[in-house]
Design a protein around this ligand. Structure first.
Ligand code: GTP
Ligand code: MG
Length: 389
């Protein structure tokens, strides 16, 4: 490890760890909230079954991976178990949004129903009267698998959740957790945390652990390999953290996270890749040039779907914005300024919304955070998460 003159002492780390854990405790969703979410899930499941016949509704994102903060939204995905050859097999994402959206309108249990039909991934957004905000997607298998992957990483070590919760809180309060405005999704931040923890030896690379001596199996999901080692209770047979990694406190790991993205990570050349357990180069991935693609091309590729909001060449669209009409010279800009490879969908840059300006802001926040944590422990966590106006 390189010499770091700003690295705080153990006492400082202990104070940061104490406050970080206290904040995590405070931000845990309470059991009552979980109950409301479960009730909503069941309600949606009944409605989907009523509309489409056989349907299954699964939670994903933070409601499925154990990384939810109190009052988090709920992401759910509807799967139709259609019999082969039946009419239900044909339901397109747009039709899905229309049919379920129209049905939900009839219920005064739901408010602010929004049908985003022309988003890259069509969804319905709504608020339930019990206070839960919910996004409903359709047949997005990869989202379910990446949720399971993140959950598996969380189950390996309790420090993962603590670090993630602080990073998510910091990003929300500092206003850099909005992909629609050029910053990063929570999903992206979790991938960054896993990357740093892999580097520190706190986490393994679950996608490269194979039972037996064989090759990595290929388990297809929408054209990508969704294989990963998920048998966490037996992980110790295949991988163990280094003694040094076991000793690192949450405070130390938080500092390491910010220090790494403030001053070590090379934004111009590197790609964060938890799938390969380290870094790749933009050159090797052919991610060095911004690609401007006709929208048509994007739409041909119906699957894999992602929940990545569309970024446009001009200002990023607001949440409710839909795609421009097909005749208005549609372009999709894939930016490669902050490169974070999706663990399954290897051609997808999860950092795609980031532009030159937001990258400057985000890097500024990494530096601010590293500085705060390196000064003194007392009060550092609350200063770190100080709400920006
Ligand atoms: P909060 O809503 O802030 O609590 O965080 P979250 O953990 O729910 O994360 P987020 O809302 O960013 O994403 C929810 C889920 O959507 C993720 O777990 C992924 O399954 C999926 N997702 C989000 N962004 C992407 C993306 O860019 N690519 C892919 N493939 N999936 C994504
Ligand atoms: Mg979410």
């Amino acid at each position: 490890r390189k010499y770091d003159p700003y690295r705080p002492s153990t006492n400082v780390f202990d104070l940061i760890t104490r406050d970080a854990k206290a904040l995590c405790q405070e931000l845990m969703p309470n059991p009552e909230e979980e109950t409301r979410k479960l009730a909503l899930l069941e309600r949606l499941s009944d409605i989907a079954t009523e509309v489409f016949g056989e349907a299954e509704v699964l939670p994903f994102g933070s409601s499925g991976n154990g990384l939810a903060l109190a009052n988090a939204d709920m992401d759910v995905c509807v799967f139709l178990n259609s019999k082969e050859g039946s009419a239900e097999e044909q339901v397109s994402p747009v039709e899905f949004v229309e049919r379920i959206g129209d049905r939900l309108e009839k219920d005064n249990e739901f408010e602010n129903i929004l049908q985003l039909k022309r988003a890259r991934v069509p969804i319905v957004k709504l608020n339930h009267v019990n206070g839960i905000a919910c996004d409903i997607g359709y047949q997005n298998d990869l989202a379910i698998w990446n949720t399971r992957l993140l959950r598996a990483y969380c189950r390996i070590d309790t420090r993962v959740r603590d670090v993630v919760v602080i990073i998510k809180t910091w990003a929300k309060r500092r206003k850099i957790n909005n992909p629609y405005a050029g910053s990063l999704s929570s999903y992206a931040y979790v991938l960054l945390v896993i990357h740093v923890l892999q580097r520190r030896g706190v986490l393994p690379n679950l996608q490269s652990i194979v039972v037996g001596n064989g090759k990595i199996p290929y388990w297809d999901c929408q054209g990508f390999n969704r294989y990963f080692f998920e048998d966490i209770p037996n992980l110790a047979r295949y991988w163990q953290p280094t003694p040094e990694a076991m000793k690192q406190s949450v405070g130390e790991l938080l500092y390491e996270f910010f220090r790494y993205f403030a001053s070590e990570f090379r934004y111009t050349t590197h790609v964060v890749s938890i799938r390969s357990g380290g870094l790749l180069t933009k050159e090797a991935k052919e991610w060095s040039k911004d690609h401007t693609q006709p929208q048509q091309q994007q739409h041909q590729r119906q699957q894999p779907q992602t929940l990545q909001p569309q970024t446009s060449t001009v200002d990023s669209p607001a949440l409710t914005d839909e795609q421009p009409a097909a005749d208005s010279k549609p372009v999709v800009k894939n930016r490669y300024l902050f490169c974070i490879e999706d663990p399954f969908e290897l051609d997808h840059n999860v950092g795609r919304p980031v532009d030159r300006y937001s990258l400057f802001t985000i890097r500024g926040e990494f530096m601010r955070a590293a500085k705060i944590l390196s000064r003194n422990g007392e009060g550092a966590i609350s200063r770190l998460c100080y709400e920006r106006e």
